[in-house]
Design a protein around this ligand. Structure first.
Ligand code: ADP
Ligand code: MG
Length: 255
């Protein structure tokens, strides 16, 4: 049984990668979790998960040069599939192969979290949102972030992907987050999963090459992510059905 989530936003730097690993670690208390760095053009899971020297990455798998299992690393209680950062690796990678990779991973895990790209301008960027069962939208409480997030939601729902909820990240005390979240919930299809504060711990975790929940489990930000994971209400479908759906997923031709 598996459910696949894409962690998405319309903007870079909102905290998608931080959130993917934090949610993953929190969910790993109850589920077998697999993290895939599906942001194949601007990968950075490897820097957040102590995998910057990973020998084989998703790029190699997408280029047909390695088997999926060779790019799976057990880290922090999860299976992590990092992606490389070189331009040549990106150029050689065939984004359509991601369908088979995720279908293969689906056979052996409960939750797949796809760390996604910020923009929606290419096949590689859109694929995780099309493939996932539901998206988690990471937002900063600003108008540009919310409006970009709405575009992501529109994209997702057009392709039959649901909205699991909203994660407000990097929230500071001087923002009236309750009012902003209340308004946002009228436009988004999912509820607010958590409000994560702007946090020195998150920055320090990134510098240390560790997920927030490993680096600072007692921080307020970590607690917020655990709350979000509790609210996610994972709805696992049969692995075979999910794998088949992934393989047959129609990827928009215009991209
Ligand atoms: P994205 O994947 O959306 O581009 P990242 O997760 O890589 O974003 O985060 C971008 C930067 O912001 C990183 O340096 C990260 O450490 C920092 N960051 C993320 N969340 C927080 C937070 N809650 N408080 C402070 N810094 C954060
Ligand atoms: Mg990222």
């Amino acid at each position: 049984m598996v459910e696949a989530f894409a962690v998405a936003s319309g903007k870079g730097g909102t905290g998608k990668t931080t959130s993917t690993l934090a949610l993953g670690m929190a969910l790993a208390d109850s589920y077998d979790v697999t993290i895939v760095d599906a942001d194949t053009g601007m990968a950075n899971v490897l820097f957040h998960a102590g995998l910057s020297d990973a020998e084989t990455t998703l790029h190699d798998v997408l280029a047909g040069k390695a088997e999926t299992r060779e790019a799976v690393y057990e880290r922090f209680g999860m299976d992590v599939v990092p992606c490389g950062t070189s331009l040549s690796g990106f150029r050689d990678a065939d984004p359509d192969r991601l369908r088979d990779v995720v279908a293969e991973l689906a056979a052996d895990t409960d939750v797949i979290l796809l760390d996604s790209a910020a923009t929606l301008g290419s096949r590689a960027a859109v694929l995780p949102i099309v493939l996932a069962d539901r998206i988690v939208v990471v937002l900063q409480p600003t108008i540009p972030s919310l409006s970009d997030g709405l575009k992501v939601q529109e994209y997702a729902t057009t392709y039959g992907t649901g909205v699991a909820g909203l994660l407000f990240n990097r929230v500071t005390d001087d923002e009236d987050i309750d009012a902003i979240a209340g308004k946002a919930e009228r436009y988004f299809e999912g509820e607010t999963l958590a409000t994560v504060p702007e946090s020195d711990a998150a920055r320090a975790a990134r510098r240390a090459g560790e997920p927030l929940l490993a680096h600072a489990p007692d921080s307020q930000a970590a607690a917020a992510y655990r709350g979000a994971a509790g609210r996610l209400d994972v709805q696992s479908g049969p692995s075979e059905a999910v794998a088949e759906r992934f393989q047959r997923a129609v990827v928009p031709d215009e991209l």
